[in-house]
Design a binder for this molecule. Structure first.
Ligand code: BTN
Length: 337
């Protein structure tokens, strides 16, 4: 048995047993290796940060898993059928979106998850960067191969935003909302950013990479000064303990459900959910498109995910993602707006 598979099997046995010790003898019998080998694997797991207690003459108890998004940790919480069932984990990468794209280019299944503890060159929208300090957030990308047309790819971003906001709002004390199309705000500050990238041919999506960055435990000193006042973390407001791994598993479950719903029934049910969590609808907005700027009220989102703005002259304008910012009078005017 391969080393990682062996260690995962040991963890599974310990987890299944809860606070009841599992003897080295039982583990060695079940996995078909010597007790000395088991002891060595246990030491290695401890080195990885697993708190494993050795109870004399009785065996081992898993007291606590490390605060890491290790694939075996994600898998042990995952409730999906296909999303995140294949995982690429890195301690530090440039950008999970770039890693996901290169794996997808070489060929991968629908639902690959790329996750990192830290990104050295995290990418934001509009060529901005994304600050991704070590183990202070969830920085991940998923590869999807949706049966939508390329022009409908922005639907994936809306779907992802709903999946994330539903999961974070399950944590007590958190009440986040979606700012069209893909920011999730909390108390007017940025909690989550989503960057969707696509590889398509005429009329056909090869794959979409949805990259999501969630500030979970970031503190002011983790951010450069220009971001410090506009970023917020889940831990800043949560009134109950939560773990990154449980939150990620919950998001992936929501994402899979919404994706399947959109594939089976079209996008209407996803849009209905999106409207419920939107803080953009009903707001005064300033639309900044490459060729014009106008003001109006965001009144709805259409089937394609375009924002419908009623301009001050009464005319309706449909806005494509990337071209709208909340008017300073209604919200903060900052780098994320
Ligand atoms: C934005 O709001 O500008 C989008 C930010 C997206 C950040 C995430 S973090 C994981 C993934 N990898 C990246 O390089 N970017 C996205």
């Amino acid at each position: 048995m391969e080393v990682n598979t062996m260690r995962n099997s040991i963890l599974e046995l310990l987890r299944a047993s809860g606070l009841e010790p599992v003897s080295g003898e039982k583990i060695s019998e079940q996995l078909g290796v010597s007790r000395t080998a088991i002891w060595k694997h246990i030491q290695a797991l401890k080195d990885e940060g697993y708190q494993i207690e050795s109870v004399q003459k009785r065996g081992y108890i898993l007291r606590e898993a490390p605060n890491r998004l290790f694939p075996q940790e994600i898998s042990s919480h995952l409730q999906t059928k296909w999303l995140g069932r294949s995982i690429c984990y890195e301690d530090c990468v440039g950008s999970t979106n770039n890693v996901a794209k290169s794996i997808a280019n070489a060929g991968c299944d629908n639902g690959l998850l790329v996750v990192a503890e830290e990104q050295g060159a995290g990418k934001g929208r509009l060529s901005r960067g994304w600050v991704s300090p070590h183990a202070k957030g969830i920085w991940f990308s998923v590869v999807l191969k949706p049966p939508f047309l390329p022009q409908e790819a922005s639907k994936c971003t809306l779907l992802a935003a709903v999946a994330v906001v539903k999961a974070v709002n399950k944590i007590q004390g958190v009440n986040a909302a979606i700012k069209w199309p893909n920011d999730i705000l909390l108390n007017g500050r940025k909690l989550v950013g989503i960057l969707t990238e696509m590889n398509a041919e005429f009329g056909h999506i090869n794959y979409v990479v949805i990259g999501t960055g969630i500030n979970t435990h970031g503190e002011p000193e983790d951010y450069p000064e220009d971001v410090r006042d506009i970023a917020i973390s889940v831990a800043d407001v949560a009134t109950e303990p939560f773990t990154r791994v449980e939150l990620l598993a919950d998001i992936l479950k929501n994402m899979e459900e919404l994706y399947e719903l959109a594939c089976e029934q079209g996008f209407t049910p996803v849009l209905e959910e999106w409207r419920k969590y939107s803080c953009t609808l009903g707001q005064e907005v300033k639309v900044i498109a490459p060729d014009m700027t106008c003001y109006g009220t965001a009144i709805d989102i259409d089937e394609e995910g375009l924002l419908i703005v009623k301009k001050t002259d009464g005319e309706l304008e449909k806005v494509v993602a990337g071209g709208v910012s909340i008017r300073p009078a209604a919200a903060q005017n900052n780098a994320y707006a």
